[in-house]
Design a protein around this ligand. Sequence first.
Ligand SMILES: [Zn+2]
Length: 569
Amino acid sequence: MPRLLLLAALALAACSHAPAPLGDTPDGDRQPTAGVLPAPPDAALAAIDTVEMRAAHIAELASDAYEGRGTGTAGEQMTVDYVIARMQEAGLVGGMPDGSFTQPVPLRSVRTTRAKDLRFVPDSGDPIALTYGPDLIGTPDGALAELDLSGAEMVFVGYGITNPGYDWDDYADVDVRGKVLVSFVNDPPATASEPTLFQADTLTYNGRWTYKYEEARRRGALAMLLIHTEETAGYPFSVLNGDAYGEHYTGVEPPEGALALAGWMSESSARQLAAASGMSLEDWFRMAGSRSFEPVPLPVTFSASMAFEHTAGVTGTNVVGKLAGQTDEAVIYTAHHDHLGIDPEKEARGEDGIYNGAIDNASGVAMLLEIAQAFTQAGTAPQRTVYFATLSAEESGLLGSALLAANPPVPLRDMVANINVDSGNLYGETDDIVGIGAERSEMFGLLEEAAAAEGLAVTMDPAPNQGLFFRSDQLAFARGGVPAVFVNTGERFRGKPADYAAQVRADYRGTRYHQPADELTDDLVFGGILQQTRVAFRLGYGLAMSDLRPQWRASEAFAETRRQSEASR
Ligand SMILES: [Zn+2]
């Protein structure tokens, strides 16, 4: 080969080693990769064994002896012991910095015990009295026992979003430290001139209520009150205030910049607040939908006298195993091992009260254990370290993964990717898989390559408006900037009618999901989960054996976090 051509070929080879950059617009083309993901040896793939998944892992973890694997229960301890034993058999070592396999997940519950004299007080005119529950709810982020506010300044911050990827900044560098912020939930609607603004109907992380609080904390706000409307939230206010004085589980460590009050107000309260500010809610929506929006100091203050009871709750346990690589970089697999425990009232009535959680998520733990074994059967140590974490307290609000991401075994900037599995496909083989959240980063092209090696296509999330990406453990890693994917069930079942996936979902939701009936029954089949597990293994193996560093698309809320953490490497 002539020298010049040879050089050109080498340059091409070097280029193709990194995934082609994605378009930096929200609807930029998703670029499949080709031949950049190192393939695992057949012996490693052959280690993924559905007989073991079914007869050992799932049969064991979903048996009544494990009592539904409730967080902090004896059943969880049995689960932890089982997982560690299998990890050790596979050749993993403890993944925590002290060499242990476990990370305690202490929980706390918070309850509002007093909420009186709640008022919006306009500079002129009568105060607006609010009732805790119907009009407004909220609890502190941290361990605050009492909150007495009078004359607290309020600022309307529109949708409360800062996202350089969309050239959008609702805070516009206005200092909101010590203020009570008022924000819409969801994200600004797309417009005729920007039909893909905030990904149109797909829920972006900037639209999630958790993001609003995070941004308020970063800005040093005192408190934040989100405006509920059925349209922007997608559910009625009763979902939020149904148990206003009830206990809510949270982590023990308060987040940095903890808000004294993270709450919500009803639409009618928001209408009164807007009117007292000389505007209407419609005015506020119109203003907030504009890129030139700036925070609006309100001529209204907030008063409240509240007390909260914090109780040390149970302590769950995350399990973290690792296969050491040769660099500081890492790939992390996750699957939650907790489920809903036992319902004593059901048991007292003589019904089955054990939430066995065979699909949710003994199946995911089984996938993770088989993937660990496949890695150790590959014959050579990976280039990057591979972590395998089974997580606690997912069902209590993703608290185990939040704790692990806040206290990771290696800094998140060195984590190249998170691959999460939650509720494997026990309904049959498919011609495709769905990678929830993959399209948010360059993980999509890599996942396509891993799937193609198994003869599968990658189908887009069939319900992007439901924000599934924000509802399992990958969220904690994404929030920390780590590109992540939740490898989910495909949509095209082999030999079945086109609507079979929808039928399966309806059946699962109706008869098993979060019910004692989520058991290992004879009708469950293992062809689909085998496909999924092999794809998830190929993806992580390829990332562990290369120097690929997938990046978020520029418009993703997590892109800026990643940019900052990579700058600190
Ligand atoms: Zn789950």
